[in-house]
Ligand binder design. Structure first.
Ligand code: GCO
Length: 431
């Protein structure tokens, strides 16, 4: 069947992030990711992002790939340590000019995990430092950029970076990581205010979400799944959309939470959702487990289980398009009119090879699932594929390839995959 038509004005795009593609690490200050990567054993293939896709020097070629694909918009991130370095902001100025000249709308994310190495989300002060960074960037780019994203996935940055220690800054604080979540959320709220003060009219966040499925109908499994949903979904959506923490979690946060929640709950123009897969969760099993390469320690009030009966990506993530419909209709039920228009700010998969029919099937299935959510009444205004290029996939190094465009990390040559041609044709048919 042909893809059903998406609503008029629907925005089609692709996403990347600075640390994963830019390289040119010696032309900016270090971030927590540079320090983390330098520690032996942290990155699976022992690689670094010092060069990555060398996008910093090859951005013209990459903008040409975007134009050739025919997307409306490009979501990239602004590296805070680069902006803090002499001439750093000039790069984003050039990139935005190049995008505008190519007819591609720039959609910057102001923080995608590459915190300047001398800062720490456990310190409250980092939130106001972020607001200053945002004011600097917006002051320079606001004349050409209308849509802005404050943070990328504070949930993963808290969980993987501060609770489990498999991402930078490598802290294993378990529940003591919660202040890092609160300070990122506060940073988001202060950033919204700074963006509006600079004249921005279209402001949102990119939060990661996925349905949480109980391992069984046993009360202990249902309770564990509910708690996981609270931590990964509601802890980050409730304060932003409702201006409150879910029950019991506000008391665990530092500072004057009530005053902070006023900033965190500033109304948004859109709500960005990054979606990859659902999670199956059961009662604790009393052992540490290895889950998709992440070591989950014993002692947590839940355990993660494999999802059976669905294909897996090369990363081992289950492919469950229906769960995207379930997620969005569930959001609409939970948040009602407090949910602004939704934009899917990331969706994609890791597969090897240039003739990536599996990626085409993944994207096709998820777009149909997204269309079903729209038909069911969820107001979705855009969809961004993760990712334009194969890139530095954090602790996995270069072993996981999410790109529509293949990158040879020896020669840095770009080669569009079958999925690139497929998406180009889909976009043509949608217009
Ligand atoms: C994320 C990420 C990306 C990852 C992608 C695949 O926001 O989780 O933005 O950086 O590369 O999700 O794991």
């Amino acid at each position: 069947d042909p893809m059903p038509p998406f609503p008029p004005g629907f925005v089609w795009g692709v996403s990347t992030s600075a640390h994963q593609i830019e390289g040119a690490a010696d032309e900016r200050a270090p971030s927590v990711w540079d320090l983390f990567t330098a520690e032996p054993g942290r990155i699976k293939d022992g690689s670094t992002a010092a060069v990555a896709c060398d996008h910093y020097h090859r951005y013209r070629e990459d903008v040409a790939l975007l134009a050739g694909l025919g997307v409306d918009a490009y979501r990239f991130s602004v590296s805070w340590p680069r902006v803090a370095s002499p001439g750093g902001l000039d790069f984003y100025d050039r990139l935005v000019d190049e995008l505008c000249a190519a007819g591609v709308r720039p959609v910057p994310t102001l923080f995608h995990w590459d915190l300047p190495a001398d800062l720490d989300w456990l310190h409250r002060d980092t939130a106001s430092r972020f607001a200053d960074h945002v004011a600097t960037v917006a002051g320079r780019l606001c004349d050409r950029v209308d849509r802005w994203i404050t943070l990328n996935e504070p949930a993963e940055h808290t969980l993987l970076g501060h609770a489990l220690g498999v991402h930078a800054p490598g802290k294993r604080l378990l529940f003591d990581a919660l202040p890092a979540a609160h300070h990122q959320l506060l940073a988001h709220g202060l950033a919204v205010r700074a963006l509006r003060a600079a004249g921005a009219r279209d402001v949102g966040i990119a939060n990661s979400h996925g349905p949480t499925w109980p391992a069984s109908e046993e009360p202990a499994d249902v309770e564990a799944a509910g708690f996981y949903d609270l931590l990964l979904n509601r802890l980050f959506a409730d304060p932003v959309l409702l201006g409150s923490y879910p029950e019991g979690l506000g008391e665990l946060m530092p500072g004057d939470v009530q005053a902070d929640l006023e900033a965190i709950g500033e109304p948004l123009d859109f709500y960005g959702v990054n979606y990859y897969a659902p999670t199956r969760v059961g009662a604790p099993q009393g052992t540490a487990t290895d889950f998709g390469g992440v070591r989950v320690p014993d002692g947590l009030p839940f355990s993660l289980r494999q999802i059976e009966g669905h294909p897996l990506t090369d990363f081992g993530w289950p492919v469950v398009p229906d769960a995207l419909t379930e997620l969005l209709t569930g959001f609409r039920e939970r948040y009602g009119d407090r949910l602004p228009p939704v934009v899917i700010t990331e969706n994609g998969c890791s597969y090897d090879g240039l003739d990536d029919q599996d990626r085409i099937a993944y994207l096709d299935g998820h777009l149909r699932a997204l269309h079903r959510a729209i038909t069911a009444g969820v107001d979705v205004r855009g969809y961004f594929v993760w990712s334009l290029l194969d890139n530095f996939e954090w602790a996995e190094g270069y072993a996981r390839r999410f790109g529509l465009v293949h990158v040879d990390f020896g020669t840095l040559e770009r080669t569009p995959k079958a999925s690139y041609a497929w998406l180009r044709e889909l976009l043509r048919a949608q217009r």
